[in-house]
Design a protein around this ligand. Sequence first.
Ligand code: ZN
Length: 296
Amino acid sequence: MLRNLLKVFCLSLLMSFVPISGVSAADKTTVFVSIVPQKLFVEQIAKDLVDVQVMVEPGANPHIYEPKPAQMAAISKAKIYFAIGVTFEKAWLKKLASANPKMRIVHTEHGIQKMPMAAHHHDEGEDHDKEHHHGTLDPHVWLSPPLVMVQARNILTALQEVDPAHHADYEANYKAFMTMLMDLDGELRGILTGKQGLQFIVFHPAWGYFAHAYGLKQVPIEIEGKEPKPAQLKELIEYARKHQIKVVFVQPQFSTKSAEQVAKEIGGQVAFVDPLAVNWAENLREVATKFKAVLK
Ligand code: ZN
């Protein structure tokens, strides 16, 4: 009995020293980010000075995510929450803030001029109307390296303010990250040379800023976050035929049903691009390469 109790005691003592998620937690600053790609942005600037926790778990949809109770508990120990403007934040940021009033909430998208969420393209142009632009701004700012440069600056400032002892470390890491971003930007530009003005169809329009940065045009299937109505789908199919678009992009977090339908109708195919991949830079290279291969 006593031995068992002792065992339990030792075990729990041991457990309390086991670092969460493989990092030696001791004097690290815990920070939260909303989505997976942001983890990389923060880690590039903070290296191992912080422990970065991701709110929207891989595979989950950042438009409708609901934080888990364990995450709410972890929030109480966080020093910074790096928001990025994804939809679930609208419903949750206030609750996260009241769960830990001392936590600083940093809007990393601050300073970015957001575009309206992409809508169906019309050749006619003028009947771009209420049904399409409800004033929803496109939150997918992490998919454009030039916009990530703005976010990096905001991340840097927050880290330096919260942890002034490592001011110079953050600065040096930030500079290296900026160089990496500029190189990546140049590389993507190179891959997509000669493809300017070309269009691609995508189920969920996550690639608007990417398209904008590299001169492409995104044509979404989803409208205002919803599956299109039959008439809208028909219109899109006609548009695709007319412009000889042959590939419909989808992402793992969303249904592919209507994308498959469109692809079938236009005699094309469905291809995957993931806006939330862990290996952010490598993923953008892959996406650019996929676009290059199919855009004609
Ligand atoms: Zn999205």
